[in-house]
Design a protein around this ligand. Structure first.
Ligand SMILES: *Cc1c(COP(=O)(O)O)cnc(C)c1O
Length: 456
């Protein structure tokens, strides 16, 4: 224990190496020095000698010069599920579960009762079936994999009937017809772009038909003279003809978005209640968890899917599994709205956001930066609820060259992503974590172009 006392204090090291704070900022320098000291304590506990002051400073310097990739950024766009910015940020306990699974061995595929082999799915299956009312569930790498796996396991070399209005491209090149082709299933398109009736499906059924499929239109909206069969009609038709009804629900929600003035995003339970045999959805969209794809439905079909060789190729990794478990626990404890970041952001009231934007404006004004707070709109993003917005307030900056200013913000540390509307740079507090506010304001104030001070 004596060795511990020989270690210098955090402040001593920071004073001895003032460059650290100058180059990386005080908070990050403190963090690095603390980590270097913690590592030294671990080493001393293991019987190693006390490092010198120079060694400690060198270590802090090394820690600071390592930049994680992907780099954390501040999302001030107001787009909650920004696919390019990594979709859903994880809750505190989902992060902890992930860290615990990463740092140690776990009972991932080990049955602690029998001491024999266990299954990685069992951790989640009970939780998912309890939350959705499904008979059985399995989890894979993402929803694209879930869709591919369902089709490969159940419809290879057979026909899948789908409405022409649902042959969507999700983004990033995920096109439903291409996935269908990859699975070895044959696509049978019915109806027209805007109107498909249940009779269209009925006429297309042949002895080779395996599935009737529904794909949620996710990222686009059809309005006007449109028609699609109801979920119940599709499921009933499938069952009377000895077929299965399968749903690619896309985002899938476990809570009702309509409670927040948004349109109603279809829920997993609704598809199951309508009689669908299988429903697949993403874990990192409105669910608010890590990247994963969840398939729920009939026990016999889920068993068939789990046994398919492709299941191994698209299986979920242990870190995402731990994070998903941590996320789903919030739903089970009925605390999703207060603990899952995506839902906290959706549930934030416009008044609360206005107060945050005004506090930012006041802090910047005190430093001579002129800005205003304006009414604006946040969006959900991630291919959910297209065209739907949440009323928000944004900090608005008038700068002579908004594009250049945005580029400078992206070079800040951490980078700040904002958006431009009507020639002003907007910062929406809805998607900015409280802990990021100081960095955000510092990035704005730093203003490498000096543009803020030549504006009105
Ligand atoms: C988002 C989406 C997918 C892809 O899900 P990932 O989890 O990103 O793989 C597939 N289908 C629909 C309808 C979607 O909205």
């Amino acid at each position: 224990m004596n060795g511990f006392r020989q270690l210098p204090a955090v402040d001593t090291l920071l004073t001895a190496a003032p460059d650290l704070a100058v180059q990386y900022g005080h908070p990050r320098a403190v963090e690095a020095v603390r980590q270097a000291l913690n590592e030294a304590r671990d080493a001393i506990r293991n019987g190693e000698i006390v490092p010198s002051q120079t060694e400690l400073i060198d270590r802090a310097q090394t820690l600071l010069s390592v930049r994680p990739s992907p780099r954390p950024v501040i999302n001030a766009t107001g787009v909650i599920l920004h696919t390019n910015l990594g979709r859903a940020p994880l809750s505190e306990s989902a992060q902890q579960a992930m860290l615990a699974a990463a740092a140690s061995y776990s009972d991932l595929e080990y049955d602690l009762e029998s001491g024999g082999r266990g299954k990685r799915d069992t951790h989640l299956e009970t939780l998912i079936t309890a939350l959705t009312g499904a008979e059985a569930a399995t989890v894979v790498n993402n929803n694209a994999a879930a869709t591919l796996l369902m089709l490969t396991a159940l419809a290879q070399k057979r026909e899948v009937i789908l409405s022409r209005g649902q042959l969507v491209e999700i983004g990033g090149g995920f096109r439903v017809p291409d996935v269908l082709m990859q699975s070895g299933a044959q696509l049978v398109e019915v109806g027209t772009t805007n109107r498909t009736r249940i009779a269209d499906f009925e006429r297309a059924i042949t002895p080779d038909t395996a599935l009737l499929m529904r794909v949620h239109s996710s990222n686009f909206k059809m309005i006007g003279f449109t028609e699609q069969p109801t979920l119940a009609e599709l499921a009933t038709l499938a069952h009377t003809r000895g077929l299965f009804a399968v749903d690619d629900l896309g985002s899938g929600a476990l809570l009702d978005t309509a409670a927040f003035g948004l349109a109603h995003e279809p829920t997993v339970s609704e598809s199951l209640a309508a009689g669908f045999d299988l429903v697949a959805f993403s874990a990192d969209k409105l669910l608010g968890g890590p990247q994963a794809g969840i398939i729920v439905g009939r026990r016999t079909l889920i068993a068939q899917i789990k046994q398919h060789p492709l299941a191994r190729a698209v299986r979920i990794d242990k870190l995402c599994l731990a994070a998903l478990n941590g996320t789903l626990e919030h739903y089970r404890r009925d605390e999703a709205l207060t603990h899952i970041p995506v839902w906290q952001m959706i549930a934030q009231t416009a008044d609360a956001i206005r107060a945050r934007a005004e506090s930012w404006a006041a802090q910047l004004a005190a430093q001579g930066v002129n800005c205003t707070v304006i009414a604006a709109q946040s969006t959900i993003g991630g291919g959910s609820l297209p065209g739907e917005t949440l009323s928000t307030y944004a900090l608005a900056l008038n700068v002579p060259h908004p594009d250049q200013f945005m580029a400078a913000l992206r070079r800040a540390d951490p980078p700040v992503i904002a958006r431009i509307a009507a020639d002003r740079v907007l910062f929406d507090p809805r998607t900015v974590f409280a802990a990021q506010e100081a960095d955000l304001l510092a990035a704005i104030r730093t203003d490498p172009l000096d543009s803020l001070f030549i504006c009105e």
